[in-house]
Every structure is written in structure tokens, then in C-alpha cells.
Write a protein that binds this ligand. Sequence first.
Ligand SMILES: *Cc1c(COP(=O)(O)O)cnc(C)c1O
Length: 416
Amino acid sequence: MEKENVDCLSNETKLLHEPYRARDAYNSLNMPIYHAVAYEFETAEQMELAFTGKSPEHVYSRISNPTVQYFEQRVKTVTNASEVMSFNSGMAAIVNAIMTVAYNGGNIVTSPHLFGNTYSFFAFTLKDFGVETRFCDLTKPDEVKANIDKNTCALFLEIITNPQMEVADLCVLSDICKAHGVPLIADTTIVPFTVFHADDFGVNIEVVSSTKYISGGATSLGGLILDYDSFDWLHSKKLQYLANHGKLSAFSAKLRMEIYRNFGACMTPQVAHMQTTGMETLAIRYERAAETCKKLAEKITALPNISSVNYPSLPNHPYYAVSLRQFGEYAGAMFTFDLASREAAFRFINNLKLIRRATNLFDNKTLAIHPASTIFGTFTEQTRKSMDISQNTIRISVGLESIDDLYNDIKQATEK
Ligand SMILES: *Cc1c(COP(=O)(O)O)cnc(C)c1O
């Protein structure tokens, strides 16, 4: 397939077709897995050019690898990001993105409603390096403004928080960021980029755990950073010296040339291969899982032992309108519900016959977990309270099974 032919295609088709730069010896239809550490050169002069970034050859797979680069190119084609970098986990993507913008004496403004390890990274790990994290309510614009100052390195958020299911208004936050010269970094793991276009809502840097939807059914861990080149890095105390660097934004230049190599959290070629294949079915898997999720959330609302169901695409949800505007009909393929007590929640988990007891999101199989005792289990009750993690809450990640089988399992598990 010629490059020119790809540009005019729809996104569903683009997910499947992307030529790679050079044909391999056997005309393999898929990009081969280049399981190589290093790459050989003919001359010292060619080596110098490649090692100093003046020619595009790969030199060492921690820095770049053909199979990994191909995966990044595929993501670029679907999202229109100006630069895409892949990592060996979602956490690695988050840490690399923050390390690119943060500095000793700087601060990050975010919400306490965060993925457990992201919270821990901000609250504990970064703190030891002199980076302060200011946790505030991102649904209250005045609170956000009050926390931003001249040392704010970024506003960080998750587009739908988990398990609270809070949806901040991205356009409001993006306007605040623009007024203060602060980049907006969003973890968009929960709604894939085939549906949610972060760039349209003012997100400057998008981070994704590709372990979830993209991997194609929990095949592998992975992470992505997408740079839309929409922020003027002259506003960044740390990156202003790199602004107007040339082809890459100052952020991507710092990330690709320094942070990424130094942390060494690169995606492996095997994973890039699995996730390239996973991405080919991303749009249809998401559509199916999200539709089942909404129907299931609606249906179980009527069950007598379930006290409340939390899914932003239900019309009575406090964030229904903003969710509809940002994510369309489906706010991801995950919902939570509350039972009467922690004991009732444990009983429910133990009674399940079909739904699997496991963490992770967007496996092809439906998964259930009690977040308070697992993902947030090592936090103090006080920290859990500050994050609004309730002992009564069950989280369901909806897979590809038939809705009737899922409903029947939830029903029988709440009845016993
Ligand atoms: C799973 C997850 C992460 C971490 O991703 P890993 O690939 O497990 O490192 C970060 N953010 C969100 C929203 C997640 O669901």
C-alpha cells in the first residue's frame, strides 16, 4: 500500500493498513519483529551520522527499534499526533511525561482521583525529588486557578477517574491552562483515541496505558505518549531553552533525546508487534464492549441489592452532559456499583461464576474487583477517604461476552 493512498482513508481502515519503510527479504505482509539489540554500519562516517541523529538509522534498540517505530507510526496515522513514543507500561509513559516537564522547586496540579500508582508517584516518589503535587478538585475552576502559580509544570488529569467516575470539563481546564501558560497532560486510557480526540479538547500531551484497550485482550503491557505540538514551550521554565528546536516540539525533543533513553523504559519489539495487531481490532472491540457496558449498567440498576450504579453515560449521572460532549454515547467500558457494605462486596466477588476476579481493564473477558482492598489496599483509610474510595464499591471492566450471561452472573452474585 502506497503512503499517499493511506491519507484519504477512514480511521477504521487506517487502523489496519500502514506501509513500512522498507520491504523485508520475504515481502512479509506484517511488519517483522526485529528482535535486535544493535545495528551494523558500513563505515565510521555513517556511524557518526546515525549516532548524532543526523541520519535516521537505528543504532541501539533502547533508543529506537524498527518494529517499535512502526507501531508508533501506526498510532500517529490514526491520531494525527505530531509525535508518538511508546513505553513498556502505562506507568512508564506517565513517569517519562512528567519527568520531561517537572523540576526541583516546580509543582504539578492534579486531582486526588487518580490511578493508584499515579497517585503514589505524585504523592511520594516525586516529592523526594523536590516536586510538589497540589491535589485539588478539577471540577471547580476557581480551585484549579488558585493552585496554579509560576512554578506549575503541568496540569495532569484522567479523563474519567476510576473508580470515582468523575469527568472534568476539558475545555474549561484547557482555557485555564492557556491563560496561565501551563501544559495540559491527560491520561486517556479509559476512552480510546479512535473515539476520544484529546487534541480537540485542548489536551497538549496525551498518555495512554496501551495495556488496556490497545493490547487486544491483555496480551502485553505498554504505554504511549502522544504530543500534539499544541503548546508553546517558551512558557516552560524547564523547556524554554529547547523551544524552536526544529522538527520536534521542545517536549518531544527533551523526551526522545534524553528522558526516554536515560530511563530505558522502552517498548520491546515483541510487544510492539502484539499491540500493532491489537490495534487493528480496537475500534470494533471498543464499540462492542462499551455498548454492552451501558446496557448492563442500565439493567443492573433495578437489582434490589445494588444501591447505586456509577457510569457517566447514564442520564441521571452528575457528569452525563460533559461526558456526552467529550466521549459520545459511551463513557468507556467500565462502571462501578455500590453494595450495602464491605462484607456484601466481598460476598459478591466470591459468588461470581463467570466474571473473573482480577484487576486490569478492557481485557476481552469481563473482570470484577473490590478497589478499596486491592488497588488501594496498601493506602491508609484516611488516604482512601481523601481519594473517595469506598469499601462498598465494586468495579466491573466489561469484556466481549453476551450481555445476558453477564447480567445473570451479577444478579445471582448479588442475591446470595
Ligand atoms: C492501568 C492504568 C495505568 C497504568 O498502566 P500500566 O500499563 O498498568 O502501567 C495508568 N492509568 C490508568 C487510567 C490505568 O487504567
